[in-house]
Design a protein around this ligand. Structure first.
Ligand SMILES: [Mg+2]
Length: 342
């Protein structure tokens, strides 16, 4: 990773699947969406793995167990073992186990993934604030979680017990739209108690530490679709990252990214693992990538040339991020992105 503030996407002469030993892949918006595999994901992952890259899947969703996630991926045509799935439930269970006596009871507001992860660390999940818990943990519980569970958490937190959250994603995508995520549930208890939880999930260090401990990765590449979880998590862990555009991030958000949200590489989808990455160079005319040249004008980003749309986006990133320095670029990139069809 380059020193200082990232001001342009990096190039790579080698395919990323050879330059890095392990891909730490986000799931939703990267591997699948709404239960189905994302275009090119199955073939690209098979090829990366055949070439020797270790694939691990890293999710903030604490509801499903690693077994259930691995089964889902395998059904989609991506053969995966439970050991290759790392969840925020596992990260928060380790965090709790470091702060309470061995074998402690933990009040669980959440689903099966959280209970399994606690047992794995020798902790005993309990359901009531009156069951003598040593800590409280909240993870996504799915649509069946009832309001009474937040009351249970609030009673225990108000007594001064240490409070943990698997993650604080405010929303979670569902087949019917955007639903409240664990972060919204955590807010309910925060409002009721005035307390602050310790959080494990992306982009925070406990989650990254869990992925490294479980995968043994020496040179990991974080692969994600979201700037404020996947890419910021890689930034906090000081490892390289690949942003794919198959999920929630669009060109406009990418150009406006502050330093901690700037990925090392940008590509359309997981085929980006199998190729090198083009350099963005700078000369008197501006930032060049492929057939494109990008510059920062007085109030908007300018783009000239022709070629592959992703090269145009990489050139625009360099112009925008350089203009923004350690802030967020406020120049309008709308016209330039429209030229690229992005
Ligand atoms: Mg995602």
């Amino acid at each position: 990773m380059s020193q200082g503030v990232t001001t342009r996407p990096e190039g790579s002469g080698q395919p990323l699947s050879e330059a890095y030993d392990t891909a730490l892949l986000d799931l939703d918006g990267v591997v699948y969406a709404g239960g189905s595999a994302i275009v090119h994901a199955v073939d690209s992952l098979a090829e990366a793995r055949a070439g020797g890259m270790h694939l691990a899947y890293v999710t903030n969703n604490a509801l499903r167990t690693p077994d259930a996630v691995a089964e889902h991926l395998t059904e989609l045509g991506i053969p995966t073992g439970a050991d290759d799935v790392i969840t925020s439930a596992q990260a928060v269970a380790r965090l709790i186990s470091e702060q309470v006596p061995a074998g402690s009871r933990v009040l669980v507001i959440g689903g099966e993934g959280l209970r399994v992860a606690l047992r794995e660390r020798g902790l005993t999940p309990v359901e009531s604030a009156d069951d003598d818990p040593a800590a409280v943990v909240q993870g996504y519980g799915g649509p069946e979680l009832t309001w009474g569970r937040f009351a249970e958490a609030s009673y225990a937190v108000a007594r001064g017990l240490p409070w943990f959250a698997s993650n604080t994603d405010l929303t979670i995508p569902s087949g019917r739209g955007i639903a409240p995520g664990n972060g919204a549930a955590v807010e309910v208890v925060r409002i009721a108690t005035g307390a602050e939880p310790q959080v494990a999930g992306k982009p925070l260090p406990p989650m990254h530490r869990e992925t490294i401990l479980r995968t043994g990765a020496k040179r990991p590449l974080v692969v994600g679709d979201r700037l404020d979880t996947d890419i910021e998590g890689a930034f906090n862990g000081e490892v390289d990252s690949l942003l794919v555009l198959t999920g929630v991030t669009d060109g406009r958000q990418l150009l406006a990214a502050p330093p901690q949200h700037r990925p090392t590489y940008v590509d359309a989808d997981l085929r980006g693992l199998l190729t090198g990455q083009p350099e963005v160079t700078e000369d008197g005319a501006g930032f060049r990538c492929g057939g494109w040249t990008a510059t920062a004008g007085a109030d908007q980003l300018e783009l000239a040339g022709e070629g592959d749309a992703l090269d145009g986006l990489r050139a625009l990133c360099a112009a925008a991020w350089t203009a923004a320095g350690d802030g967020s670029c406020e120049l309008d990139g709308g016209k330039a992105l429209a030229r690229l069809g992005l």
